[in-house]
Design a protein around this ligand. Structure first.
Ligand code: BV8
Length: 248
């Protein structure tokens, strides 16, 4: 793929880089994105209708089973070349911050050390009432299972729509977007806020903003560079050109 010379030069010289990823970076691992139609059993539901506290209160069994299905998909998935390239990115820049909207934990499984998970992690479970993570519970026929401490429902440790964002993660992500020289937005439709506000914070402070996405998004017209390509192709290609430009 063709990478603009100016972008190569900026990447080769960059000291601080921030990357925001969305579901698109896991698409090549076989994890369906939010905008793709749900498959099979879940075809008739929209994620926005299941990933909310209201949906859980209304039908906890349905929502728990949707996450159980997604957890199985994620368990079977492996990190793809896009995830693996971002592990290398961590070594290429003195200051590097990876921020993800994904809940699949594939960045960590690929080897990324310092990942800000804005929307939680589907492999962690917490009590709906006490809001604290639970690592084990009685293996009964209850669906959802019950909290061993208070008997309330257990739920996935993710941020649902219309739930507040994790304060620390949001603060760190905002800081990394406000201070970087270069911001890369990879595989996200840039629709869900406040995560989608991060590239605009970078634009506002004068960073170079790059979008990696085979399809256009609301960010496309404002980004400085667009790589209309899959993450699994673009991210390894960027590693190669940075190393070549630096003679390593
Ligand atoms: C909040 C975890 C305030 C769960 C997710 C009313 C009340 C309160 C808030 C709101 C409201 N109305 C609207 C809001 C704001 C709302 C929002 O933004 N709604 C949207 C629908 C408009 N936001 C919230 O509710 C947030 N909280 O605002 O709090 C508050 C304050 C105090 C008290 C109460 C509330 C919380 C949002 C978090 C939602 N949780 N995930 C779960 O996973 O089940 S969001 C979920 O969708 C994902 O995590 C992701 O973040 C998000 C967007 O998905 P993307 O990652 O972008 O993926 P998508 O499928 O959309 O796109 C994939 C892209 O990849 C595409 O562009 C495609 O072209 C590209 N692609 C495909 N293949 C590839 C590729 N790219 C590269 N390579 C490829 N191979």
């Amino acid at each position: 793929m063709k990478i603009p010379e100016k972008l190569v030069a900026q990447l080769a010289a960059a000291k601080s880089v921030t990357v925001l990823t969305g579901a698109g970076v896991s698409a090549e691992s076989g994890v369906p994105t939010f905008r793709e139609a749900q498959t099979g059993l879940w075809e008739k539901f929209k994620p926005e209708e299941l990933a909310t506290p209201r949906a859980f209160r209304r039908n906890p069994k349905l929502v728990w089973e949707w996450y159980a299905w997604r957890r199985e998909l994620v368990a079977k998935a492996s990190p793809n070349p896009g995830h693996l390239a971002l592990v290398e990115w961590e070594q290429l820049f003195p200051q590097f911050q990876l921020i993800t909207q994904n809940v699949d934990g594939l960045h960590q499984r690929a080897g990324s050390k310092n990942v800000i998970e804005l929307h939680g992690n589907i492999t962690r479970t917490k009590c709906f009432d006490e809001n604290r993570v639970v690592s084990s519970w009685a293996d009964t026929s209850d669906v959802p299972p019950k909290c061993p401490h208070c008997g309330g429902w257990l739920r996935p440790d993710v941020v649902w729509f219309e739930e507040a964002m994790p304060e620390l993660e949001m603060e760190l992500a905002t800081q990394a977007s406000r201070t970087c020289e270069l911001f890369l937005s990879v595989g996200t439709s840039t629709i869900v806020y406040p995560a989608a506000s991060l590239p605009y914070l970078s634009l506002k402070q004068g960073a170079t903003v790059v979008e990696v996405n085979p399809s256009p998004t609301p960010l496309t017209n404002e980004a400085h560079f667009i790589l209309p390509s899959a993450a699994g192709t673009a991210l390894p290609a960027l590693v190669a050109v940075i190393k070549a430009a630096r003679g390593i």
